[in-house]
Ligand binder design. Structure first.
Ligand SMILES: *[C@@H]1O[C@H](CO)[C@@H](O)[C@H](O)[C@H]1NC(C)=O
Ligand SMILES: *[C@@H]1O[C@H](CO)[C@@H](O)[C@H](O)[C@H]1NC(C)=O
Length: 526
């Protein structure tokens, strides 16, 4: 594929952010017309799905993106509906994790954005809605909190409502159990009710000291995947940075950013995981030793496979390096970003696959865990450095999310160019009917057909990061100089830091002469 070099003139900024905004509006209008207030749009058939309990998941997930874009018409359509969501009613099993990151995260983010000084005027005009958002978040959490009522404190991820009760799972995973603490701590901090924080932090504490020692932690900081709800003991020592484990590692450093005073210990665990990854998991494909991927593990044995979900890791290493002031993590994160970009560059659509594998350059090619590619992908592997295990693309954000962090850390416009290129390829391949759809095969020029599904995280993440990488400075943008005011939850919802900013002391000292951030919305930091 021809590499795209972005001429970053004023017109270019407008072109890129306006193009993302246009896609956001088209996706929203299709959803609003054909699916709202159900969860998700089926853009080919103009139908809907209630895949997230029927509480208007796409609307709640779109709200923080509409806010940072200043799409006030869409914001108002969503705000009008928030008070009508009935969090007591759902026919389906409720996932504590999905409900926390999408609904609770979306509501808390909307509250934090609307109460930020940036939106003072707009929030005044919508004052009754602002309090309602927090009340709805609290109602939802009050229904969810029965999940934590277990002997070990490890929550049951599966609930039924009416009345709320545990579905009776025996195990939970480190991603589903370890990606709650930001949202539940924020809710406690905003409401003054510490119970929410205590529940999530008690569960997290078990993940910070994994047992049985050794088996649960094959490399320092790198854990198994599942643990028993009855006693909090791990049942395996297999893991990776992908689905099922990913955001546990992500939140360790994000909690340190959220509140350095309370979560320094979490950062130590993140540093251990990051160091172990750089020491033990780093892998270069034999066919393309210039690329860097991270292997997974089965106990101490490596597995040379990864996927789109794991590609958040570049951005997470970069963020960790910025927050901890350790440039080696930023440098390594940028290498991981390059590796994930290679999975986009190689395919017929210019979009990376759901999962892929490679042969490690340093192990013998006949080692049992280092098999060659299947014959039909050998030529593809020789030039690309990976072969495709699962060629679907589900409108996932992680590669663009990592480009966003790479750009914010380095200011290198190359990453804006990469994000724009990915956005154009997704627009060219996934746009269909009344919106955008997941596709079946990224390595066929037409995408191999549409699965007729527009995920809610399309709004929350893909379009937010695609927009923000080209957008002007704003308090919610990731900062490279310890002036962050927000931290993004794993669903891309910006949550305000506990102290208001990363260096609240410095901000206070500089208040008198701090330059106002200029912007079209007149957004000024406090
Ligand atoms: C791929 O590269 C290997 C090693 O150089 C070579 O033996 C093999 O023939 C190549 N396969 C194809 C299909 O190009
Ligand atoms: C996105 O796709 C639509 C439909 O093919 C096209 O009209 C539009 O120009 C594309 N947007 C960009 C920025 O290329």
């Amino acid at each position: 594929m021809a590499s795209f070099s972005l001429v970053r003139i004023a017109a270019g900024i407008l072109l890129t952010s306006e193009a993302v905004r246009e896609v956001f509006r088209v996706s929203w209008d299709g959803y609003y017309q054909h699916a709202f207030p159900h969860d998700s749009l089926r853009p080919v058939s103009n139908g809907y799905a209630d895949d997230r309990n029927g509480w208007a998941a796409s609307a709640v997930d779109a709200l923080s993106t509409a806010l940072v874009m200043g799409e006030w018409g869409i914001v108002d359509q969503i705000l009008d509906y928030i008070p009508k969501i009935d969090f007591d009613r759902t026919a389906d099993v409720v996932s504590l994790f999905e409900t926390t990151i999408r609904y609770l995260g979306g509501l808390l983010s909307a509250y934090d954005l609307l109460t930020s000084p940036c939106f003072h005027k707009e929030a005044e005009q919508r004052r009754p809605h602002v309090g309602t958002i927090l009340n709805q978040a609290r109602w939802l959490a009050d229904n969810l909190k029965v999940a934590f009522d277990t002997p070990s404190g490890v929550p049951d991820n599966m609930l039924r409502f009416g009345p709320p009760r545990k579905a009776g799972s025996t195990v939970n995973g480190i991603a589903t159990a370890g990606t709650l603490v930001l949202e539940w701590t924020r809710l406690a901090d905003l409401t003054g009710d510490s119970e929410y924080a205590e529940l999530a932090q008690r569960a997290e504490a078990i993940l910070l000291r994994p047992e049985p020692a050794g088996a649960a932690e094959p490399f320092p900081g790198l854990l198994g995947t599942e643990l028993r709800i009855a006693d909090g003991l791990f049942v395996d020592g297999n893991g990776g940075w992908g689905g099922g484990t990913d955001s546990f590692y992500e939140y360790l450093i994000k909690m340190r950013l959220y509140d350095r005073a309370r979560f320094g210990g979490y950062a130590e665990r993140w540093r251990a995981a990051a160091d172990s990854s750089m020491r033990h998991l780093v892998s270069h494909p034999a066919a393309r030793p210039d690329l860097t991927f991270l292997a997974g593990w089965h106990g101490p044995e490596l597995r040379f496979a990864s996927g789109h979900l794991a590609c958040f890791h570049g951005g997470n290493f970069i963020l960790g390096g910025l927050v901890l002031d350790e440039p080696r993590f930023v440098r390594f994160g940028l290498e991981l970003v390059d590796g994930c970009r290679a999975t986009y560059e190689a395919t017929a659509t210019g979009i990376g696959p759901e999962t892929f594998a490679w042969q490690d350059a340093s192990l013998p090619p006949d080692a049992p865990n280092n098999r060659p590619p299947p014959r039909e992908q050998a030529a593809f592997y020789n030039t690309s450095g990976f072969w495709i295990l699962d060629g679907r693309y589900a409108l996932r954000p992680e590669v663009i999310e990592s480009y966003y962090h790479a750009y914010r850390a380095t200011g290198d416009k190359k990453y804006q160019g990469w994000a724009w290129e990915a956005f154009l390829r997704i627009n060219a391949t996934c746009r269909v009917g009344s919106g955008f759809s997941a596709i079946r095969d990224v390595n066929r020029p037409d995408g191999g057909g549409f699965s007729d599904f527009q995920e809610s995280f399309w709004f929350a993440e893909v379009l937010k990061y695609s927009y923000l990488i080209h957008a002007e400075e704003a308090p919610w943008q990731v900062k490279a100089d310890h002036t962050n005011e927000f931290v993004f939850n794993t669903e891309g919802h910006p949550i305000r830091l506990a102290g208001g900013s990363e260096r609240s002391d410095i901000d206070r000292g500089n208040k008198g002469n701090k330059k106002a951030t200029t912007g079209s919305r007149g957004c000024v930091s406090p």
